[in-house]
Structures are given as structure tokens and as C-alpha cells.
Design a protein around this ligand. Structure first.
Ligand code: DQA
Length: 148
């Protein structure tokens, strides 16, 4: 089973960026954690980060026929990007939305999620653990669907 993890803009700045919200973990530490959790779950993983909406759309399209599941933290594009929503719908790969922070307790402009509308589950406010839970949930869901 192969899982694609997509991280959107400014997540490469973790460790520097607003530590009171996102903590001190660096982006490299987050990637190491995701890779370790994927290994423990016995799935292969690719972790992709981009600050560019089109690059994220391209990556989702390229996942068609290759990835069994997608974990996506679209970061700020969560709240703006119909293009990312449409790409997720186009490939119809089972997807889980993750946010490090508790988006629902933040600003009004963060209360809409476009990408989340193409995801079967959302995890927020659990920091890096949200990614581990998303991988486990995807694995379980994909296995269940395969048995149907
Ligand atoms: C975020 C929440 C978004 O609102 C924000 O724009 C981000 C990060 C999170 O992981 O908590 O960049 O997706």
C-alpha cells in the first residue's frame, strides 16, 4: 500500500513559523516522524511539500494510478483552493485532511475547508500525531474497501 502525504505552503517553515501555534518541531522532523509511522504501519510513503497551488494540483493528478491513499494538509490553500478540491475529486483517491493546529478555534476565515470536502475524515489540533492517525485510518479504510 502506498500513501502520498501532501503539505502545503509555509509548512516548510515549521520550527521558525509562529511557534506559539505550531510548536518548535522543524519540517524535517515532521517528515522523519511521518516516514517512521508509515514504516510502523507497513505502508510505503512519499512526503511532498510545495508552496505553489498548481504544483499541489499536479502532484494529486500524478497520484492517479499510483497512490492508494492521500494525507493532505493544504495549509492556507485549505481555505481558498477550489482547484485542490477539484483535483482530489478528479482522482477519487481516498483522502484524509490533517491540520496541526485546531483550525476550528482560530480565525473566521479559516472556518471553511474546500479540500476537506473531498476527504472522508479530518484531524485537527493533534500536531504531528494527526499524520500518524491519518495513515492508520487510511490503511484501515483502504483494506476495508478492498474486502467489499
Ligand atoms: C494549518 C492551518 C491553516 O489554517 C494554516 O493556513 C496553515 C497550517 C495547520 O496545519 O494547522 O498554514 O493547515
Amino acid at each position: 500500500m502506498h500513501i502520498l502525504v501532501i503539505n502545503g505552503p509555509n509548512l516548510n517553515m515549521l520550527g521558525i513559523r509562529e511557534p506559539e501555534i505550531y510548536g518548535r518541531m522543524t519540517y524535517d522532523e515532521l517528515v522523519d516522524y511521518i516516514v517512521q509511522k508509515a514504516e510502523e504501519a507497513n505502508v510505503t510513503v512519499e512526503v511532498f511539500q510545495s508552496n505553489h497551488e498548481g504544483a499541489i494540483v499536479d502532484k494529486i493528478q500524478q497520484a492517479y494510478g499510483h497512490a492508494d491513499g492521500i494525507v493532505i494538509n493544504p495549509a492556507a490553500y485549505t481555505h481558498t483552493s477550489v482547484a485542490i478540491l477539484d483535483a482530489l475529486k478528479a482522482v477519487a483517491i481516498p483522502a484524509v485532511e490533517v491540520h496541526l493546529s485546531d483550525v476550528k478555534s482560530r480565525e473566521a476565515f479559516r472556518q471553511i475547508s474546500y479540500a476537506g470536502q473531498a476527504c472522508f475524515h479530518t484531524l485537527m489540533g493533534e500536531g504531528k500525531e494527526g499524520y500518524a492517525k491519518a495513515i492508520s485510518l487510511l490503511k484501515l479504510t483502504i483494506e476495508e474497501r478492498e474486502q467489499q
